[in-house]
Design a protein around this ligand. Structure first.
Ligand SMILES: NC(=O)c1ccc[n+]([C@@H]2O[C@H](COP(=O)([O-])OP(=O)(O)OC[C@H]3O[C@@H](n4cnc5c(N)ncnc54)[C@H](OP(=O)(O)O)[C@@H]3O)[C@@H](O)[C@H]2O)c1
Length: 274
């Protein structure tokens, strides 16, 4: 009889987090590309499940830019639903906030670390979310070192670490950036170049391009489309979209434009992916 078992093989390690506390974490013993479905008929004999392997509930997510405004809200959502979150931050002073949101903070400056270091930091992740950014106060140079090169480093690290899923927060306008020298044009070109690398990668990628971000409370109602459109959206709603996108296999290979709208998020996502 053919039976299918979804298995997640884990090993438990002890690490020290950014606050110096000892933590036991479960890590995938090898990069499995998410959960692995094994056909008992195809494996040896009558499969009843090895007693030494433990099922890990939820997804193991690595979050680049973990103290960001979207990232912290996403962290709380993921932790609430049972995922484990490892947050890459560059400032140790932010570790406490990240821990309070439920993530394991790891100090990693994405403009200084190389691919090997980032890959080691995110080893075992099933999904990587890039939600970092140089921020509004930064100049053109950091758009290149952070928004472009930092994203490309994290993407390469995701591939090196065998994390199958990669979701990046980009921006509307990256689909057609102008060639001006002003900081905003440099920013959009940096986003476009990072996105192009993502699209050329062999990860199960999704690019999320919101319009203007606001700090208004989330409404739970958005518009999502595969064609560009302008608008504004609370960061809280972007976090909610990312939560759904992460677990949505149909979103792999899609560029999604996201703004405030009329539809509940699930419905808006289903409509965009139909
Ligand atoms: N603002 C908008 O209207 C808008 C519109 C569309 C898309 N976006 C994009 O949306 C994304 C998230 O937005 P947000 O408002 O949540 O961002 P945010 O609050 O500015 O967070 C960005 C995070 O990236 C971190 N970061 C910067 N440089 C780093 C480095 N070298 N190494 C590690 N982390 C670093 C920052 O940490 P530090 O505190 O250490 O700097 C910060 O926690 C960004 O990619 C942004 O470009 C923004």
């Amino acid at each position: 009889m053919k039976r299918e078992h979804t298995l997640r093989f884990t090993a438990t390690f002890q690490i020290r987090d950014a606050l110096g506390r000892a933590r036991r974490i479960s890590r995938y013993a090898w990069p499995v590309g998410g959960s692995r479905t094994v056909s008992a008929a195809a494996s040896a004999g009558d499969f009843s499940g090895p007693a030494s392997c433990t099922s890990l509930p939820g997804m193991h997510v690595a979050l680049a830019g973990g103290h960001g405004q979207i990232a912290l809200q996403l962290t709380r959502r993921l932790v609430d639903r049972g995922d484990t979150v490892l947050s890459l931050i560059r400032n140790p002073g932010q570790a406490e906030d990240v821990s309070a949101a439920g993530a394991n903070p790891v100090i990693c400056d994405l403009e200084r670390a190389d691919v090997r270091e980032v890959a080691a930091a995110i080893a075992g992740a099933e999904a990587v979310v890039f939600a970092a950014g140089a921020g509004p106060g930064s100049g053109a140079e950091r758009k290149l070192t952070m928004d472009r090169d930092g994203a490309i480093t994290v993407l390469a690290a995701a591939a090196s670490a065998g994390a199958p899923r990669f979701v990046i927060v980009s921006a509307v306008g990256a689909e057609n950036p102008s060639d001006g020298d002003d900081v905003f044009s440099v920013y959009l070109r940096a986003k476009a170049q990072a996105d192009a690398a993502v699209q050329a990668s062999d990860r199960d990628w999704t690019i999320v391009r919101p319009g203007r971000l606001t700090d208004e409370p989330g409404t739970g109602r958005v518009r999502i489309a595969v064609e560009p459109f302008r608008g504004a959206i609370p960061r809280a709603d972007v976090a909610a979209v990312l939560e759904l996108v992460l677990g949505e296999p149909r979103a792999a290979g899609s560029v999604l434009y996201v703004n405030g709208g009329e539809d509940p998020i699930r419905q808006a996502l289903d409509g965009a992916l139909a």
